[in-house]
Design a protein. Structure first.
Length: 140
């Protein structure tokens, strides 16, 4: 949404004006004007919305429209954060990260199946020999 400071009207899209060079007929300048009065004294109105319910916010509000929406938004954010932490710690994602690291270090393009069948058992044996703790095989 745009606002013209000269005529005071609000409009969705400004009018696009192209100035052309007389000699070569190439576009030398492009500018935007008010579709009503033709003034280039326009500003874009940024409309903010509540992160929880989606209502448009006033000028004095920043993220949420009310205290209830703020509490609900923080609760949903925390639930989402816990969900992604749980997903990132799963054995499949750990193995996929190991695969990416192995492919980068050795300049290979092994698939997940090739890695888990051929390379991963060797890596786990080396970790046990070196006294490091291997990855967990627990699924929650």
């Amino acid at each position: 949404m745009y606002h013209c400071k000269d005529c005071g009207r609000n409009f969705d899209y400004p009018q696009k004006i192209k100035e052309k060079d007389d000699e070569m007929l190439t576009i030398s300048r492009v500018y935007f004007v008010c579709p009503e009065c033709g003034s280039d004294n326009i500003t874009e109105n940024i409309i903010r919305y509540c992160k929880c319910c989606g209502r448009s916010l006033g000028t004095n509000k920043k993220d949420y429209c009310s205290i209830v929406c703020r509490k609900q938004g923080e609760k949903l954010y925390e639930q989402q954060r816990k969900k992604y932490i749980h997903i990132k710690s799963s054995p499949i994602y750990e193995t996929a990260r190991m695969l990416d690291k192995y492919n980068k270090e050795h300049n290979t393009k092994l698939s997940y199946g090739q890695f888990t069948a051929c390379v991963l058992p060797k890596l786990l044996k080396e970790e046990k020999k070196n006294g490091k703790v291997g990855r967990k095989n627990e699924v929650s």
